[in-house]
Design a protein around this ligand. Sequence first.
Ligand SMILES: *Cc1c(COP(=O)(O)O)cnc(C)c1O
Length: 391
Amino acid sequence: MVKVAARMEKLPPYLFLELDRLIEREHAQGHDIINLGIGDPDQPTPQHIIHALQEAATRPSNHRYPNYLGSVPFRNAVANWYRTRFGVSLDPLSETVGLIGSKEGIAHLTWAMVGPGDVVLVPNPSYPVYFTQALLAGAEVYSLPLLPENGFFPDLKSIPEAVLERAKMLWLNYPNNPTGATATAEQLAEAVDLCRRHDILLASDLAYAEIGYNGYRAPSVLEIPGAREVAVEFYSLSKPFNMTGWRVAAAVGNALAVNALGTLKSNLDSGIFTAVQEAAIHALESNPMGFFAEQSRLYQERRDIVLAALEDMGLSIPAPLSTFYIWFPTPRGMTSSEASRFFVEEAHVVVAPGASYGEFGEGWLRISLTCATERLVEAMERMKAATLRLS
Ligand SMILES: *Cc1c(COP(=O)(O)O)cnc(C)c1O
C-alpha cells in the first residue's frame, strides 16, 4: 500500500469537516446560503490593471520562463512603492524578492529558516499557514495568545527565557486576520527590540496594509529604526487591488532572509508569470491611494452594518480600524463550532468558527465583509432573527 510522508501526520486534524458537510447538505436542499466565511474581495480587479495584463500577455518575450526572483523592474517598483507609501528605502536586488502570492512566501520562508529543534513564535488565533508550515518543517510552535484584554497583541514579556533562546522566528500580522486588530508603532518597536536581543527573525505579514477606516493608515514594521536587521515583511497585491487570483506579492527587508527565501524558491518554482509582474508594476505605479480609500469606504459601510446588527444581538464589540473582518464572541457561550452550525441551520449563513485559527480562537466567530452589501444586510437580518429566537 502506498503511504504519505510521516510529516503529514504533524498537520492538525481538520476540525470542520462536519460543518462543510452540513453546508453542502443545506445547499443541496435548495437553501439560499450566504457565505461570510471566506476573506476574498468581491469587487473586480480595476480595469486598467486588467488591460496592462492583456497587453503584456501578447508579448512573446513574456511567454518564456520568468526571472526566478522577480524581474528587476518589478523589484524596483516594489522598492519605489515602499519609499512612497512607508518612507522605507530598500535595495531592490538584495532586499526584495517576488512571490507567487504571499502564502507561498510565508510557507517557504519557514522552510528556509527553521527545522527540528527550533521554535517558531506564532500568534494564536492566526492565519493557519504560520503554524502548519512550522510543524511540517519539524519545528516547534510556541503559541502567543491574542486576547481582547491585550488588544489582540501578544504579551511578549510572558515568553519564557528558555523559549526565546530556541526561538528563530516570530510572526506578526497587523492589521490582523482574524481579529481585525491593529498594532501601534510602540508595539511593533517592542517586537523589533525583542527580536534584536534574541536573534529572532521577525516575519511581518502586511496583507491588509491598504484597508483603513476613520483615516487609519497601517505602518510597515520596516519603519521602525533597526528593523531591517531582523525583520522581513510580506506585501501582497491580493487584498489591496482585488487581485487574489493573480498570485503576486513580495517579501522585503532583512537581506539574509530574503536571500534564503529566494535560494529555496529558485530550487522549487520558476517565478511569477512576467506579464503578471508587468501588470503588478502598473498597479503599484497607478497612484492607488484614491482607489484604496474608495475600497475602504465600501468595507466601512459594511463594517457598520455588521456592527449594528451584532449590537442588536447583544454582541457589541469595538469597531476595527482595518481589515475586512469582524471578530466577535459566540452567542450564549456556544463553542465556535456549535455557533457556526447554529447559523448555518437557523439562518443559512456561513461564518468562520474561531477555533479554525487556533485554540485561542475558541468562543469567537469571524465574519468577512467581502460579500455584496445587500446580501450582507440580508445575512445579518437572518442571523439577528435566529439569535432572537434563542431567547
Ligand atoms: C489573504 C492572506 C494572505 C494571503 O495572501 P496571498 O498574497 O493572496 O497569498 C496572507 N496572510 C494573511 C493574513 C491573509 O489574510
